[in-house]
Design a protein around this ligand. Structure first.
Ligand SMILES: N[C@@H](CCC(=O)N[C@@H](CS)C(=O)NCC(=O)O)C(=O)O
Length: 241
């Protein structure tokens, strides 16, 4: 039995963290017996981040490290892919997680209107007298991170151009396919779907969210992906809540 430590869900997402949702999907794909443990504390993690999968005497503290760990236990997370397609799947995961994801983070944590809407959802349980201080401290770290990374230095036009290039690549891949690599979901869908879904399930109509909402191919992918990959998580997440 594996316990997956994960941030809780909101906005229709199994977890507000796309990495936690991805780990849940990977565990379902693997056929392992597992259960979620929802918490806002990252104490269990050696790196101070979630998700963390805890098995009998092992801890896997990163959704990408979970892939080879599950594969070593017999899972096929890239069913039917050639070695070239597998390399492409790896590149797509990195694109979504190391670029497109920052668009969602920017809109949630940096954009002033986005932050005003998002903050109460994440910090609503913190006592009111310290909520602002705690929230601004975490926000400050994220703002500094995005500034260091570079995307935080752009204006809206340059930022959108960066993320639209990712959306364009995903759209082309999905043009005549059900899933990113054919007719079966793979670990690439486990990674990409929660990021696209988080962007689309936003509280405000910011430009990146609108770019997804106006893209028929991505909306079709989201509808089918939420049903096929988020759907089976509902019972598990509801019983853990
Ligand atoms: N590379 C990690 C990324 C995990 C990650 O960034 N988790 C975020 C939530 S989306 C987190 O735990 N943040 C808490 C913090 O940084 O304090 C993975 O793939 O699991």
């Amino acid at each position: 039995m594996i316990t997956l430590h994960s941030f809780p869900g909101a906005l229709g997402e199994p977890s507000l963290s796309g990495f936690c949702t991805k780990a849940m999907i990977l565990l379902n794909m693997s056929g392992e017996t597992w259960a979620p443990h929802f918490a806002v504390s990252v104490e269990v993690s050696p790196f101070g981040k979630l998700p963390v999968a805890v098995a009998t005497d092992e801890k896997v503290a990163d959704s990408n490290l979970l892939i080879p760990w599950l594969e070593a236990r017999g899972a096929d997370l890239f069913p039917g892919l050639s070695s070239v397609e597998r390399a492409q799947a790896h590149a797509v995961i990195r694109m979504a997680e190391e670029n497109l994801r920052y668009g969602m983070m920017y809109d949630r944590w940096v954009d002033p209107e986005g932050w005003a809407a998002f903050m109460p959802m994440v910090f609503g349980d913190v006592p009111e007298e310290m909520r602002e201080t705690v929230a601004e401290q975490v926000r400050g770290e994220i703002v500094n991170g995005l500034t260091w990374q570079g995307l935080g230095r752009f204006g809206p036009k340059e930022r959108l151009a960066y993320f639209e290039a990712d959306l364009g690549a995903l759209t082309d891949m999905l043009w005549e396919r059900t899933w990113l690599f054919g007719d079966q979901p793979t670990a690439a869908d486990a990674a990409v779907l929660p990021i696209l879904s988080g962007i689309e399930h936003a509280l405000l109509d910011l430009p990146l969210t609108m770019a997804v909402r106006q893209n028929k191919t991505l909306i079709r992918y989201l509808e089918q992906g939420r049903e096929a990959l988020f759907g089976p998580l509902r019972t598990l997440t509801a019983s853990a809540a």
